[in-house]
Design a protein around this ligand. Structure first.
Ligand SMILES: [Zn+2]
Length: 271
């Protein structure tokens, strides 16, 4: 599933191709995404110029002079920049055709992605309004983690994956950040010291920043905006490395299930 670094990689990949370009036509080939695509947006954005390619959490925001397209890649979605004449393949659901002769093509086999449109400030859209701070921006730090962990007995891994508290930390990055911070995934959130909260905030930032830098993680369903898979996977400390030697101490990496997701950790390095 595309996580925050993959979405940011996609944003950076498409940005130079879309900003300043006019949308000649928006073609919706399949309306049945996570929410049915409201076809009235076709009229609104066709002919509009794209001012910016932004992101909030895992939503891509294509800001045009007539409103903002809000695109979510869902579980298996990807965006490609292709010449308009490129024949469609299975699961190509949306084309945002530009005056440069390329199309921004959305493919999503599982159709958990979404395409929405808003005229007002996208930050006020119901999907975006209540979102937690961006981990790569100011406002997310040890003090913030300290505050939100104080009364919570939930496991720290589950807390950092709760998008109402921290956005964009999915399963891979949660395991990786906890390893970097040397904190056991099952620790009760409120048991973390102030110093551990600071360490974990830094670890989350570093993990996500590095993943963005190398272009996201290579996953089954994910291909970057330019079609190249990411290289972060080769740098993973624990994720999907059960039984393999810890890159720090050499002991086998362990795995267990936590909230229906696999958690990977080193029982020697993480306390
Ligand atoms: Zn270790």
């Amino acid at each position: 599933m595309p996580e925050l670094p993959e979405v940011e990689t996609t944003r950076r990949g498409i940005e130079p191709h879309v900003v300043g370009r006019r949308i000649t036509v928006l073609r919706v080939h399949e309306r049945r995404l996570r929410w049915p695509v409201d076809l009235s947006m076709v009229r609104s954005v066709s002919g509009a110029t794209i001012r910016a390619a932004g992101r909030r959490a895992k939503y891509l925001l294509l800001e045009t002079e007539s409103g903002t397209l809000i695109l979510h890649l869902g579980m298996s979605g990807s965006l490609r920049v292709l010449p308009v004449i490129t024949p469609r393949i299975a699961h190509d659901h949306v084309d945002i055709e530009l005056d440069s002769g390329v199309t921004l093509r959305f493919n999503d086999p599982r159709r958990f992605g979404s395409l929405l449109f808003t005229i007002g400030d996208p930050a006020k859209h119901p999907l975006l309004e209540g979102l937690a701070p961006e981990p790569l921006e100011e406002g997310f730090d040890g003090e913030y983690l300290w505050k939100i962990t104080r009364r919570r007995a939930v496991a720290i891994k589950q807390l950092i994956m709760n998008s109402r508290l921290v956005v964009g930390v999915g399963n891979i990055y949660a395991s990786e950040a906890l390893f970097r911070a040397r904190i056991r995934p099952r620790r009760k959130a409120r048991s973390l010291s102030r110093a551990e909260c600071a360490k974990l905030a830094r670890a989350i930032k570093a993990t996500l920043a590095m993943a963005v830098k190398v272009g996201g993680t290579t996953l089954r369903d994910y291909v970057g905006a330019d079609g190249n898979p990411g290289y972060f996977r080769q740098k993973l400390y624990v994720y999907e490395r059960a039984g393999e030697p810890c890159r720090v101490c050499g002991k086998p990496v362990k795995q267990f299930t936590q909230g229906q997701r696999s958690t990977y950790w080193c029982s020697n390095c993480q306390k």
